[in-house]
Design a protein around this ligand. Structure first.
Ligand code: WT7
Length: 632
């Protein structure tokens, strides 16, 4: 692409070939069009999909910040993920390719087969009494049945709540209780990194205190021995044989604003929040962003290497690819088991064209050196992607050079569970700067503001805010609309507060710095300091605790905790290890602290709030900043 003007910093311009292939050749023109006519842009995007009944209004902001999109329309996201493809030659195209952790099992599903499997699962959960609007918790690993389960819920209008399979029984229980799920879908166990994750047993533990759950549907994966409650637990493979579990099931007609799913994520205070997404707008947003950003071509094989348990998996393993009629690849295992070439083997074996992953995975694989990827033919790759946290320029360059052979633009996509879709992101024809997600997606405007809400100068750090509504935006926090308003729309009325700090450079490119609230981003997973601290305090030895994040080579940020012990307990290495294990058990192994320090006192404000910022500065040997409110 011809350089329009000299850009600031290190810039990677797309090759002529990339530009020639790109769907969006004139980024500025499309951005300007969407900017001038937001509703027109999103109406055009929506018109590429099928609706049972068209909308009366594209955007209804009369109840802002409870924005509504495509009001009056009737639709079901599954109609667009599956049903509409069955009328075309995509019917026989592969929707999903799956490989087991050990590489000995391969399963593929055409759109035709996907419809049969999803309908089968839908009929089974319907027979269990699940109805439109009911919540279903899904607690599974990366196997095709998790996709069937999510789509089966959506097909009949039930609301899925996927809980990442690495979460503990306590965390699972809290999420089941909060969502009041009637049904839990799980599997006996999950193969991961050479071990078995005990999913069903964890469900059993969680359900000891969850009276709303009537049934548990268990997919057989490992074949291990597990206890089955004869009244509550049902094997999926047994029910599948019953006549009721046939491969035909009508897709429920939904209002565009009807709930599709809830997904829990950590916030600054208190327990995790249930982010609510709906059928209509979420469908259009994930469809459109994936189409433009990863420039999906009909023959592409797309691999989003996230877990379906996170929003990345929801939007870009399950919904986005199928809305686009694409072929998605899913791998059961981790990137480095049994050897650090496991992913590269998959890229070669399946001819993956687009790989979308997280900086933590790239940093992890980088440590094993270039010889592992170099053993494999990665020439099928056309585009790469990154998500979850800011990507260090070092990791970006390695990814670009060693994996992409300097031929593949890297789409660094900034977004959140709440946004549902990419918000700050390049498209393939855009010049890239390592570490920046470039500019807001079409129709969006970002602004970086100071404490008073005034825009800061280019180059200065401030709060990242979004100025315009977008179709895949969260609609509320399920069960807590006040918290929705308070959390996202109150600090700067009329704008969405992302919770990240950022700066913009003179080319209008955005650089995310990190979370400004009490959220720690470990390997792209959000954990609230409050959650970690509560877990510590639930241990008999701990009176009070504070958690902070410090830089970590692979995880990006590692958790470090400070504990005040109760009388009768003394600091020791054994206790420190016990507390780390305790957090891992109460929340998830992701939350395991790197380090536990014992203190006699925690720095606090006069109003009693722990000053984590001070602990952080001390731990890094940095100046403590403004400590005028400190009371020690
Ligand atoms: C937070 C959202 C969206 C999928 C994964 C995480 C950070 C996410 C980027 C990126 C810099 C990023 C932000 C954001 N983040 N993507 N490309 N560059 N930071 O979803 O758990 O809701 O976390 O992840 O801090 O606020 P999430």
């Amino acid at each position: 692409m011809a350089k329009k003007k000299e850009m600031e910093g290190e810039v990677y311009y797309p090759s002529e070939q990339v530009v020639a292939q790109a769907r969006v050749k004139d980024w500025d023109a499309l951005a300007e069009k969407a900017d001038k006519d937001l509703e027109g842009f999103w109406a055009d995007e929506a018109s590429e999909l099928e609706w049972y009944k068209k909308w009366d209004k594209v955007l209804d902001d009369s109840k802002a910040p409870f924005f509504q999109w495509y009001t009056g329309a009737k639709v079901n996201i599954v109609h667009n993920c599956i049903d509409r493809h069955l009328k075309t030659n995509r019917k026989n195209k592969l929707a999903l390719i799956w490989e087991s952790e050990d590489g000995n099992e391969h399963r593929t599903f055409s759109y035709f087969a996907m419809n049969r499997e999803v309908s089968r699962m839908a009929n089974i959960i319907k027979a269990m009494g699940v109805r439109k609007g009911d919540r279903v918790t899904i607690y599974m690993g990366r196997i095709p049945e998790i996709v069937f389960a999510m789509l089966a819920c959506a097909k009949i209008g039930a609301v899925h709540s996927v809980v990442f399979g690495g979460f503990s029984a306590d965390a699972l229980q809290g999420r089941i209780e909060d969502s009041q799920s009637k049904l839990v879908i799980t599997q006996d166990g999950n193969f991961l990194n050479g071990k078995i994750v005990e999913l069903k047993r964890t469900v059993d533990d969680a359900l000891k205190k969850c009276p709303t759950v009537e049934n548990v549907l268990v997919v057989r994966r490992t074949g291990q021995d597990i206890p089955m409650d004869p009244l509550r637990d049902h094997w999926y493979h047994e029910l599948s044989k019953l006549p009721v579990a046939n491969g035909k099931c009508p897709t429920e007609e939904m209002d565009a604003e009807d709930p599709l799913y809830i997904l829990y994520t950590s916030g600054s205070t208190g327990k995790p929040k249930a982010i609510l997404h709906v059928h209509g707008g979420y469908m259009v947003g994930t469809y459109s962003t994936l189409k433009y950003v990863f420039d999906l071509q009909d023959e592409d094989r797309f691999w989003c290497a996230a877990d379906p348990g996170w929003v990345t998996g929801h939007s870009y393993i399950v919904y986005g690819p199928m809305l686009n009629g694409a072929t998605s690849f899913m791998f059961e295992g981790g990137p480095a088991y049994p050897y650090p070439n496991r992913w590269w083997q998959c890229v070669e074996r399946y001819g993956i064209n687009i790989l979308y992953t997280a900086p933590t995975a790239i940093r992890g694989l980088m440590r094993f050196g270039e010889a592992w990827p170099n053993k494999h033919d990665l020439s099928s790759l056309r585009l790469l992607g990154s998500v979850g946290e800011p990507i260090n320029p070092e990791a970006w360059k390695w990814y670009h050079r060693v994996i992409g052979k300097e031929q593949c633009p890297i789409m660094d996509t900034w977004w959140q569970t709440e946004t549902g879709m990419f918000m700050i992101t390049p498209t393939p024809s855009v010049p890239l700067k390592p570490g920046s997600g470039t500019r807001p997606f079409f129709g969006q405007q970002a602004e970086i503001v100071d404490e008073a809400g005034n825009p800061v100068k280019d180059g200065d750090e401030g709060y990242l805010t979004l100025k315009r509504p977008w179709p895949a935006m969260l609609r509320t926090i399920y069960g807590d609309p006040d918290r929705y308003v308070k959390q996202y729309w109150s600090k700067f009325p009329g704008r969405y507060l992302a919770g990240d700090s950022a700066r913009r450079d003179s080319d209008g490119y955005y650089w995310i710095i990190g979370r400004v609230d009490d959220v720690i981003n470990v390997s792209g997973h959000r954990l609230g300091t409050a959650e970690i601290e509560s877990a510590l305090v639930s241990h008999p030895a701990v009176a009070e605790a504070a958690a902070i994040g410090l830089p970590h080579e692979v995880k990006g940020t590692g958790i470090h905790v400070f504990c005040l012990l109760r009388a009768g307990f003394a600091p020791s290495d054994a206790l420190s290890e016990e507390l780390r294990q305790h957090v891992s058990k109460v929340i998830s192994p992701i939350a395991r602290p790197e380090d536990v320090k014992f203190l006699d006192k925690l720095p606090k404000t006069r109003s009693g709030k722990i000053m984590r910022r001070v602990l952080k500065a001390r731990a890094q040997g940095l100046p403590e900043g403004d400590v005028s409110t400190l009371e020690e």
